[in-house]
Design a protein around this ligand. Sequence first.
Ligand code: PMP
Length: 442
Amino acid sequence: MPNHIFGRSTKGQLPTAVAGDGCYLIDSSGKRYFDGSGGAAVSCLGHSNAHVRAALHDQLDQLAFAHTGFFTSDAAEKLADRLVAAAPEGIDRVYLVSGGSEAVEAALKLARQYFMEIGQPERHRVIARRQSYHGNTLGALAAGGNEWRRAQFAPLLVETSHISPCYEYRERRDGESLEDYGLRSANELEAEILRLGPESVMAFVAEPVVGATAGAVPAVAGYLKRIRDICDQYGILLLLDEVMCGMGRTGHLFACLEDGVAPDMITIAKGLGAGYQPIGALLVQGKIYDAVASGSGFFQHGHTYMGHAMAAAAANAVLDEIEGNNLLSRVREQGDKLDAALRAEFGQHPHVGDIRGRGLFRGVELVEDRETKKPFDPARKLHAKIKANAFEAGLICYPMGGTIDGVNGDHILLAPPFIIEDAQIDEVVTKLSGAITGALAA
Ligand code: PMP
């Protein structure tokens, strides 16, 4: 294992990445890998984008860094204005950080401070969902419901309640309409709030389309609207974590725009810097900012690299590319084609139980038995074999084992660059199919 990386599952030597070329990464032997997941839904523009590179050179020539304790920068102000202009209604303040976990961590602390400022100090509890991942720092890890990531750190984690995910494939009952299922699932939040005592709950956290723990599982229509109503009824803040599914991944700059729901807070990262710089952001409604500004006047938080000018310049250049090249409509078009290609290849496959997702954010769930939806024995580590086979064949994808109390199956997440061509969709599906066949035969 290379000296500078701890804890990756790869036991052997990792190849050394030396270059990027559009949708491909190239290693030191010259082998090309199609970046079918951007690592984890990061590289939305692909690699070596000329406009982003030029913007970074320009920014470096002007200003790399000035500490936010003393200065703001044109790049950071411009980025904040653009994000606010595109965000759901009511969102009008932006807090720039260095990644997803930092954004979630900031959101949880700001939620707490908000309630202190408005005189409701008893509100401190967070409710989230079992099938979720919100980051690896202690607060964000506490919010997430992913058991295997949490298990060994549990004593250090703040207690969080977890309700069921909105996971149609496994949780909708026979004969239940989508609408009824969405309401039943959302109503679990109300039951949990009442169990905990409404006056003690500060926030509900959810990914509109679940990424890392589930493989692109969107909430059913109506679910998030009911969640919004419940949060309003009990005075609880709604935090939507769009670190993975935001920034155009689903074909909308913010995934929740498609659900017609405006949260109190949104976190984004990954596609925001598209891998060109590490950056994340917390976006909040004015009422939250105003409470702090007119109260103690200072958010009790901060990181050295927040609002970094180079990172903000990269994100501005990413937004230029998304807007200037109509990439959101391209994501919807190519996403439909990827979905159709996955269904053509795997629709009748005896071990593919579900194909799902939105835009260029797609998941395939594997099962031992399609009828009973029984997952494969986790000890088979099917997902790890698929990952290795695909990598060998020159495809980077994101397979994961079942994670919701052993209930869901191995699944593969695909999140290719927005610039993916039709022929490359075929390349991805063909290589993935070969990797699955090989893993099932092993
Ligand atoms: N939230 C979600 C929904 C994520 O998918 C991730 C990363 N996979 C995070 C938070 C944490 O982001 P980061 O790895 O940038 O800290």
